[in-house]
Design a binder for this molecule. Structure first.
Ligand code: BEZ
Ligand code: FE
Length: 289
């Protein structure tokens, strides 16, 4: 196999995969090589462009560590994360749609009783969130676990602040036997994804902004149902049609209803305007083999 040229090299690479012990790995790598080669041919990739790509990926690697995952951010901004989410979460139309997980979920966020204030000191306008977790038949899913997390009024997650200030604007709750849940938090705000690295420079070069529309993350689990990873997006947000990571689904947009100062749903009195968000989730039954 000598003197390979631009017409024969693709087949030659694929022929080297025949010894792969894992058939899925062989399938994945075969398709990847075919698409990579087709891409290079299609745009007649120059050597300078090839090297610029290598340099870019090197920078993505250098900035990535335990706290910052620039490769996932790259996948997110290229729409790949959302495509993989869509391919792997096909479900009946009545079910709540899934969307991207994002990098700001934290394992082991504190457990709160229903009604608690998960903001835990995070800055923002008060918001009371209420809803139910249901099955496809409309019957309540009892005692589902809900993990929630969101950015604060400055558009930052707790983990984006220097130092350890504890968990803020995130927590774990359990719905009651009728599927009801409620908690207090702060109004979700739009925020830019981390854009001080190579992915930010890529967005800039493409004339793209780094903003995500305001949203509240949920991860909901209950025995007998598929895990749901999603967000609820705030209606009226200016970035709903240009989310930097393509995560918006029409069915996930809801109203954060503004209320004047006064009595609040938890029986208290708010001195400042506050918001309520009502949203029900419909889980997909687990597939049985
Ligand atoms: C998020 O919603 O937390 C997120 C998703 C993708 C990239 C950056 C942030
Ligand atoms: Fe987010």
């Amino acid at each position: 196999m000598r003197n390979l040229d631009e017409d024969t090299i693709t087949q030659a690479v694929l022929a080297r995969h025949t010894g792969a012990a894992d058939p899925r790995l062989r399938e994945v790598m075969t398709s990847l090589v075919q698409h990579l080669h087709a891409f290079a041919r299609d745009i007649r990739l120059t050597e300078e462009e090839w090297f610029a790509g290598i340099r870019f990926l090197t920078e993505v690697g250098h900035i990535t560590d335990d706290k910052r995952q620039e490769f996932i951010l790259l996948s997110d901004t290229l729409g790949l994360s959302m495509l993989v989410t869509a391919l792997n979460n096909r479900k009946p139309r009545e079910c709540t749609e899934s969307t991207v997980f994002g990098p700001f979920h934290v394992e082991g966020a504190p457990e709160y009783p229903l009604g608690a204030d998960v903001a835990n000191g995070a800055r923002g306008e008060p918001c009371f969130v209420r809803g139910r977790v249901l099955g496809l038949d409309g019957a309540p899913v009892p005692n589902a676990e809900l993990q929630v997390w969101q950015a604060d009024a400055d558009g930052r997650y707790d983990v984006q602040y220097a130092g350890d200030h504890g968990h803020r604007a995130r927590g774990t709750l359990h719905a009651d036997a009728e599927g009801h849940f409620h908690f207090k938090s702060i109004r979700a705000e739009a925020y830019p994804i981390p854009h001080d690295g190579p992915v930010g420079r890529m967005l800039d070069a493409l004339g793209r902004h780094p903003w995500r529309p305001a949203h509240l993350h949920f991860m909901i689990t209950a025995p007998g149902f598929e895990r749901l990873i999603t967000h609820v997006f705030r209606d009226g947000d200016r970035y709903l049609d240009s989310d930097a990571v393509f995560g918006v689904r029409r069915s996930l947009i809801a109203d954060w209803v503004e209320h004047p100062p006064g009595p609040t749903p938890d029986g208290g009195i708010s001195e400042v305007p506050y918001y309520t968000l009502d949203f029900d989730f419909v889980l997909n039954p687990e597939r049985t083999a």
